[in-house]
Design a protein around this ligand. Structure first.
Ligand code: ATR
Length: 270
């Protein structure tokens, strides 16, 4: 029997992960299957237990809304997962459940390897304070940016994040109104683009060298990226590359083989 993997979420039918992992498997000659499993909102822990009770079932990706529950369920979580308080990749070793979060390294690799945007010594603005933002902060901070400014519509939601990352001196928080001019990279981690909205940032945060990165993606340019380009951003990137890169990291954790991501991204874009 092939080794079995899956993504669990609710809803999950829209997930591109089965297609991405099938492409990785055929490219690397790995014998595995990868499916999508929708779990009831109150059935996460039971669903995970059932899955790993089958000997051929080797690993899971976890998506909305279960990433925090996945972290809570793990016997062992990596340091970056502990920082994020969330897990998107699960596997077992000696009967113990291990968890990691690969979203942040996926974002950093997409920017750096796919788009040549290094974060070292850059002035970075991250917008949002939900799980999506918390999940990516440590890998960004580990790139040693000059500064990482966090802002959110509801400023009070930033306090627990600032506390969890207080050992990183590059991290600051600001209100929308007091943001500086011209950030090198602006990362949108809000869900505003889902509804065609844009956070109410001052126009001057975007300069001619600014790279805009929306963690969301879609067939059309996201509303955030359209906003940034209209204000003169040099580049606008969406989160499809991050999705493929986080999947590649999960694949490596499970299989010990690093898939090539560029052709997979091209297939998804077409
Ligand atoms: P997730 O876990 O996916 O990050 P979340 O916890 O619901 O989702 O967080 C959504 C984020 O998007 C929040 O930072 C939210 O801002 P608030 O904390 O002020 O609610 C942000 N967000 C959603 N719609 C927005 C909008 N139209 N303008 C600005 N921020 C928005």
């Amino acid at each position: 029997m092939s080794a079995c993997y899956a993504v669990v979420g609710n809803p999950v039918s829209h997930s591109k992960s089965p297609q991405i992992h099938a492409l990785f498997a055929s490219q690397t000659g790995q014998d595995l299957t990868y499916s999508a499993i929708e779990l009831a909102l109150d059935g996460f822990a039971a669903g995970i237990k059932d899955f790993f009770n089958q000997a051929d079932n080797k690993g899971l990706n976890v998506t909305v809304p279960f990433k925090e529950q996945a972290f809570a369920l793990c016997d062992v979580a990596t340091e970056r997962a502990q920082r994020a308080g969330a897990v998107n990749t699960l596997w077992q070793e000696s009967g113990r459940l291990f968890g990691d979060t690969t979203d942040g390294v996926g974002l950093v690799n997409d920017l750096g390897s796919n788009h040549g945007v290094a974060l070292k010594n850059k002035k970075i603005l991250v917008v949002g304070a939900g799980g999506a933002v918390r999940g990516v902060l440590q890998p960004i901070l580990e790139e040693k940016p000059l500064s990482l400014t966090l802002c959110n519509r509801t400023a009070s939601k930033l306090a627990p994040i600032m506390a969890a990352f207080s050992d990183y001196s590059a991290l600051h928080q600001r209100d929308f109104a007091s943001l500086e001019k011209h950030y090198d990279v602006i990362i949108n981690g809000t869900s505003a683009s889902l509804h065609g909205g844009v956070p109410d940032l001052p126009d001057h945060v975007v300069g001619p060298e600014t790279v805009s990165y929306d963690m969301m993606y879609g067939k059309e340019t996201t509303s955030f990226n359209a906003w940034a380009m209209a204000r003169g951003a040099s580049k606008a990137l969406d989160g499809l590359g991050m999705l493929v890169e986080q999947a590649a990291q999960a694949f490596f954790i499970w299989r010990g083989v690093a898939p090539e991501t560029r052709t997979v991204l091209e297939i998804l874009r077409s």
